[in-house]
Design a binder for this molecule. Structure first.
Ligand code: AMP
Ligand code: GLY
Length: 423
């Protein structure tokens, strides 16, 4: 079959790398893709939310399956766009429909879903510009730190954690009244602060059945020791050492099962990945957030551990036969270290040549913000490349990634040297 992947990051290069290994895949396209996807697929320069251009491409190339990488097209309803079009409705779309994508598109929707289905999560209340005063009063009933979340998509920047009550009130006003995050913060969810260690849980869903993929932990802060600004993710480890079988069982019983049955009860069609951000509070898991896609850089450690043919899994998702799939996982650990452009997540340079990619033999270099320019690989984004390695332990895998990174260079390259430090 002919397959199109939407997206251009390390996650999408990993999808392309994995799908290209499938005998079920005839032609593989990525829109818009990067220098890494160009090695295993054909890049097409179309934006991920340009639905009309995507339609033309799908019809021109006889594409049978579309795998959606990022959340934007899902929240904008790409799956519904395909279902509502006579020429496209037979094309399999991997990613939930618009109504279910609100689990990521609206924090308030996600909180209401969790409370409706008794899924453990932080207590909360939501506010808009009409009841800011009530928001202040609610903050006064909480203990610090205060957690303020823009309701809508804010490119990972919409969550503020503040120690000071006065500052929390000022920020609440700036989000609701001064549109700090634009339309995304027209509503704000104020949450109880949960103290614990986080992990990411990935579930495949076909609307009826589910399968759980390996857990991963990502490192979101730019600085060592988890300090400084939030990023998309600076590295990841899979499996997560503290996710014992007992803890994983709690996640499945208390969170995964009610999530999947809740989607059915609420009539929210879901064919795709459910990414559940979990925090371990004491010995109990609580949900921090849902995402309706795979994580990045978690994909770069989860898919390399999956032994199954990914296209076969996607076909089972499309046909609602996931129950027939036996998920097989590589026993080895996988880790990835993200190389970023100096200055990221604030201003950074682009267009710097990346040298040494071909000399990497013990790791896999998944390209992210990297493109081909005049035959050279150059930086084109903040997160540039994820260097993934396997090991008999996560320590061994991390060591291998750091050894591989020694062979790579671009001007102002930065990476965290402490991935895994807290495990
Ligand atoms: P989110 O976008 O909801 O995942 O939030 C971003 C980050 O903020 C999470 O990865 C957590 O580290 C932190 N966070 C979010 N909600 C809470 C909470 N209720 N308590 C503590 N930390 C939180
Ligand atoms: N690495 C976190 C995310 O993809 O949202």
């Amino acid at each position: 079959m002919n397959i199109l992947i939407l997206g251009s990051g390390g996650r999408e290069h990993t999808f392309a790398w994995k799908i290209a290994q499938s005998s079920l895949c005839k032609s593989l396209y990525v829109a818009p893709g990067n220098s890494g996807t160009a090695e295993v697929a054909t890049n097409v320069n179309i934006g991920v939310t340009d639905f009309e251009a995507i339609k033309t491409l799908v019809l021109d190339k006889g594409i049978n399956m579309v795998v959606v990488g990022p959340e934007d097209p899902l929240v904008q309803g790409i799956h519904d766009f395909f279902l509502n079009d006579n020429q496209l409705k037979k094309v399999a779309v991997i990613g939930p429909e618009k109504a279910a994508s609100e689990l990521e598109g609206s924090k308030e929707f996600a909180k209401e879903f969790m409370f409706r289905h008794n899924i453990p999560t932080a207590a909360y209340k939501s506010f808009d510009a009409s009841n800011v005063e009530e928001g202040y009063a609610f903050l006064e009933t909480l203990n610090p730190p205060y957690v303020l979340k823009a309701d809508g998509l804010a490119a990972g920047k919409g969550v503020l954690i503040l120690q000071d009550l006065k500052e929390a009130k000022t920020e609440l006003k700036s989000m609701l009244v001064d549109a700090k995050f634009g339309a995304a913060s027209a509503k704000v969810v104020i949450e109880e602060f949960l103290d614990g260690i986080e992990l990411s849980c990935f579930v495949l869903a076909d609307g009826k059945n589910y399968k759980i993929l390996p857990t991963a932990k990502d490192y979101k802060r730019i600085g060592e020791g988890d300090t400084g600004l939030n990023t998309g993710g600076m590295g990841a480890v899979s499996p997560v050492p503290f996710a014992t079988p007992e803890f994983l069982n709690k996640i499945e019983e208390r969170i995964v099962k009610p999530t999947i049955s809740g989607l059915q009860k609420d009539n929210l069609p879901y064919k795709g990945f459910v990414f559940i951000g979990i925090i371990k509070v004491g010995d109990d898991p609580k949900v921090i957030e849902y995402n309706v896609r795979m994580g990045d850089p978690e994909t770069e450690v989860v898919l390399p551990r999956l032994k199954n043919d990914l296209v076969e899994i996607f076909q089972a998702i499309a046909n609602q036969t996931l129950d027939k799939i036996d998920i097989k996982i590589d026993e080895r650990a996988a880790t990835t270290i993200m190389l970023v452009s100096g200055g990221y997540p604030e201003a950074y340079e682009k267009g710097n040549e990346i040298v040494g990619v071909d000399s990497i033999t013990d790791s896999i270099a998944f390209h992210a913000g990297a493109k081909i320019d005049n035959g050279k690989i150059v930086t084109s984004g903040g997160r540039v490349m994820a260097i993934t390695s396997y090991g008999n332990s996560y320590q061994e895998a991390i060591k291998k990634s750091y050894q591989s990174i020694e062979k790579l260079y671009f001007d102002k390259m930065y990476y965290r040297k402490d991935i895994g430090f807290d495990l």
